[in-house]
Design a protein around this ligand. Structure first.
Ligand SMILES: Nc1ncnc2c1ncn2[C@@H]1O[C@H](COP(=O)(O)OP(=O)(O)OP(=O)(O)O)[C@@H](O)[C@H]1O
Length: 250
């Protein structure tokens, strides 16, 4: 079976190199967290995977599909959830989900069932028939997540999905993601909430200055650091070890 996501030699520069020859392989059903300091290049990597930004170099394969050569086929297998939710103000959550399902040509009865299930899972039922225009950012984030999942993607790519959510909403989103991975779906997400990476991710990748500087299970990362400590300490040590700034400070 091909990898859910295989990236090799991925590179991108803006006014300077931001992603520098990143290789990453995620197996089907895996929950993978991408950590890294602000500006490390995490979002840029995910935007390239989601087909929103053209890499300068490298290859991206999604379940064996060359995402650069056949972006439409690749996009059908994945969902992209940005940290800036884009939802239509003049639609209710159910109307929005119906609209998105239509774009994906999901069979109407299946789409309706999926929409109602997501609305319930994400606690949107009391607002299911209200216009999204009046929603808080957290509620919009949940509607956007529901929209991304309505076509049953096999790879879910999320950029900071829990930022700004209250405890109850964060729990609902985590439960939806857990439920999806339990049924074999692959998840890759960026987060600054180390506890989320620690509790939810099977493997963690650390990006610093555009490079993947470390990767593994929490136990593997601990072994690499050589002491029994928290993910926060591991993260700070790895970043210090893997960046010019950190090396200068050491
Ligand atoms: N469209 C763009 N044009 C110019 N520079 C950009 C663009 N997008 C990102 N960058 C720059 O690329 C670098 C990496 O940004 P990116 O958003 O990938 O980082 P990140 O690791 O996701 O950071 P954060 O944790 O703060 O969200 C930053 O210096 C950012 O300013």
């Amino acid at each position: 079976m091909p990898a859910a996501l295989a990236i090799s030699g991925l590179a991108k520069s803006f006014d300077r190199p931001v992603v520098k020859s990143v290789d990453l392989t995620i197996r089907p059903g895996e929950f993978y967290a991408l950590l890294g300091p602000n500006g490390a290049g995490k979002t840029t990597i995910l935007r390239m995977v989601a087909g929103l930004l053209k890499p300068d170099a490298g290859a991206i394969s999604i379940f064996g599909i060359d995402a650069l050569a056949d972006p439409v086929a690749a996009k059908q297998r994945m969902a992209w959830v940005s940290d800036e939710p884009m939802v239509y103000d003049r639609l209710t959550p159910l109307e929005y989900l119906d609209f998105v399902a239509g774009l994906w040509q999901v069979e109407p009865a299946r789409a309706r069932a999926a929409a109602h299930e997501l609305v319930d899972w994400l606690g949107l039922r009391p607002h299911a028939n209200e216009l999204c225009g009046g929603f808080s950012k957290g509620m919009l984030q949940k509607v956007a997540l529901a929209g991304a999942l309505v076509h049953d993607p096999q790879l879910i790519i999320l950029d900071e999905p829990l930022t700004g959510l209250d405890a109850g909403s964060a729990r609902q989103v985590k439960d939806v993601l857990r439920q999806r991975t339990a049924s074999g779906v692959t998840v890759i997400m960026t987060t600054h909430i180390l506890e989320v990476a620690e509790r939810m991710a099977e493997r963690i990748g650390v990006i610093a200055e555009g490079r993947l500087i470390a990767e593994g299970t929490l136990a593997e990362l601990r072994t690499r650091i050589g002491r029994e400590t928290t993910l926060e300490e591991i993260f700070l040590d790895l970043v210090a070890e893997g960046t010019e700034q950190g090396q200068d400070a050491a």
